[in-house]
Design a protein around this ligand. Structure first.
Ligand code: HAS
Length: 556
């Protein structure tokens, strides 16, 4: 146990201005992208439900692409980097290493240039290829270059975090690194590794093909390289949310971190098992043998384990904290959680969403059931309650304290209350929308299609009431998004000056995590072996026995 004085010092540590400014820059771009993406999301829900028609100059697939890219790639990546920079500064003495700051800013500028190129090409109608930019749909080369810059910028930011981590380790020889830093470094290592295949796809396949330097593209290979990246991408979204659950939530509810070692082990398992699993997105794809698909499915089921470990530790933290506060009986501890504190409430609801969301993931990865749901709007429902609820609601909960902590303002009681209202709107909107999506998916409703009655086909006409329900859910989400942006603007620029805590939990007593956990070369070697096992042969086969190449197609 820390003494009263030590506790006071630990929890009043602030982040210096340079680190705060860098983090804030990322967070502000993240929420600007989020606001625009939310508008597009609401519009596409309305269009799909037949409630609204877009003007002639705007295409459904254009706004669908803008929504996916801005939410899935821009909002998440900027938020994660801003959050990690701030947390690393907060847990390593309040400042960032000079190299970290420089790389952080160069990365930021590179990412902004890439983002602008993406947005301009999408809005000019030259890149309606959706956020997965699947070949043979062909976008303007500048869309792919923009995406490449977005990734390169995030690499630079990652190197900056590694520089701060290396400095800390040099100055604290033999000591265990702060938990937040460890979790951030593990996530950014995952990101550096998993973006290599998509960089290869973009640089060697998509850019030359879109400039017309190569007439055709190996579609199977490009999709394989995309999903080599695409599945770990979802853990790149999830792991920062888990970092907030493991490290920040215990402090917010007045408890202790359940286990420092368990948290680190969970992140190592994510690093190892979330990358060699991409074929579970291609279970229905011809050209990949069932045996290789099964290898990936087995590894997918392995990556469920760290999520179950996380569920276990969160339950444990909630129960021990509730009991320490006087909760009696089997469920009495539940009442003692801080239900009116948005910093806890929003991520908690995200956790609840993640229970059906994770179950849906296990359904998706079962070959026979995947045949039922693949390419239906069920999958859209699945990812809205994973990334759009579990992850996004955690990010909202974090933003409510992070923004005022960075700007030296107070999270006021009114902002907290408004945040609770915003959370309720998001919960109801997401609940309605994802229920409709899952239900329609089971009826075979395809994903990624604009409003259509399929020439008044009676079965398709039956879907329309559900599509309307989905559109209404989207409307509530938009109201919630507007409210969120308004509260964050208030917290960033108008709330009273003062102190908002950056909550970092403590472990109960001294826990010595095995030093092996910090030997990254060991884990990277195991990861390399797993990736070679899972991908080397199928990729070689896809190159040697390449299907006929495809010219580019503009479907919009
Ligand atoms: Fe997924 C498709 C399988 C997790 C996101 N997924 C997608 C796509 C996205 C996505 C974006 O196997 C669509 C891509 C596209 O555009 O085509 N997914 C899984 C599996 C998991 C999983 C097995 N997905 C995620 C996460 C995402 C995400 C996380 C984003 C953040 N997914 C698939 C498959 C497909 C797929 C197939 C392809 C479908 C197709 O055919 O196209 C697992 O990792 C899930 C494990 C999670 C759990 C839940 C643990 C629960 C926790 C909460 C605890 C609650 C507490 C509350 C503590 C087992 C941790 C306390 C409560 C009290 C009452 C006190």
């Amino acid at each position: 146990m820390l003494s009263q004085k030590a506790d006071h010092i630990a929890y009043t540590t602030r982040i210096d201005r340079a680190a705060a400014r860098l983090s804030l820059a990322y967070i502000l771009v993240a929420f600007s992208a989020f606001g625009i993406a939310a508008l597009f999301g609401m519009l596409q829900g309305m269009v799909r439900g037949g409630l609204f028609e877009l003007p002639g100059w705007l295409n459904y697939y254009q706004i669908l692409t803008a929504h996916g890219v801005l939410m899935g790639l821009v909002f998440t990546t900027y938020f994660i980097i801003g959050f990690f920079f701030s947390g690393i500064a907060r847990t390593t003495g309040g400042s960032l290493h000079g190299t970290a700051l420089r790389l952080g800013w160069i990365g930021f500028v590179t990412m902004v240039i890439g983002t602008v190129m993406d947005v301009v090409t999408i809005l000019s109608g030259d890149a309606s290829v959706l956020y997965t930019f699947y070949a043979p749909m062909k976008a303007s080369p500048y869309f792919y270059i923009g995406t490449a810059l977005l990734v390169v910028g995030s690499w630079l930011a990652g190197y900056g975090m590694f520089a701060s981590y290396a400095k800390w380790r040099r100055e604290h020889k033999g000591e265990r690194s702060p938990l937040f830093v460890y979790l951030a470094v593990a996530t950014m290592i995952l990101w550096q590794v998993c973006t290599i295949p998509v960089a290869v796809e973009v640089l060697f396949q998509l850019i030359p093909w879109s400039f017309g330097w190569t007439p055709t593209i190996n579609v199977l290979l490009s999709r394989t390289l995309f999903w080599f990246f695409g599945h770990p991408l979802v853990y790149f979204w999830l792991m920062p949310a888990y970092a907030a659950w493991y490290v920040c939530i215990p402090r917010i509810i007045g408890g202790k971190i359940f286990s420092d070692t368990l948290s680190r082990v969970a992140f190592i398992l994510f690093l190892l098992f979330s990358i060699p699993v991409g074929f579970h997105h291609q279970l229905m794809e011809p050209g990949i043998s069932p045996a290789w698909k099964m290898v990936h499915v087995v590894l997918t089921l392995a990556v469920v384990l760290p999520s179950l470990m996380t569920a276990f530790s969160m339950f444990a933290v909630f129960e021990t904290t509730g009991r320490a506060k006087g909760g009696k009986g089997l469920y009495g501890w539940f009442k003692h959680l801080p239900w009116t504190d948005v910093r806890f409430f929003a991520p908690f609801v995200g956790m609840l969403f993640f229970i059906p969301a994770g179950t849906g993931g296990i359904i998706n990865t079962s070959n026979q059931m995947n045949a039922v749901v693949h390419n239906t709007i069920w999958v859209t429902g699945h990812f809205h309650i994973t990334v759009g609820a579990a992850v996004a609601m955690t990010f909202f909960g974090v933003a409510y304290w992070l923004v005022p902590a960075l700007t030296g303002r107070k999270l006021t009681a009114t902002a907290n209350r408004m945040g609770m209202v915003q959370t309720v709107f998001w919960t109801v909107g997401m609940g309605i929308m994802s229920l409709a999506m899952h239900t329609m998916g089971l009826q075979g409703v395809p994903r990624r299609t604009a409003y259509t009655t399929y020439m008044d086909n009676p079965e398709a006409l039956n879907w329309i009431p559900w599509q309307r329900v989905m559109g209404m859910g989207g409307g509530l989400l938009f109201v919630s998004a507007i409210l969120l942006i308004a509260i964050l603007i208030y917290l960033a620029f108008f709330a009273p000056k003062g102190y908002t805590e950056y909550p970092i939990g403590e472990t109960d007593g001294e826990q010595a995590a095995p030093a092996l956990l910090e030997r990254w070369t060991v884990w990277l070697s195991v990861l390399a072996v797993l990736c070679v096992l899972a991908y080397a042969y199928p990729i070689m086969e896809q190159i040697q026995h390449a299907p006929p190449g495809s010219p580019g197609i503009r479907t919009w």
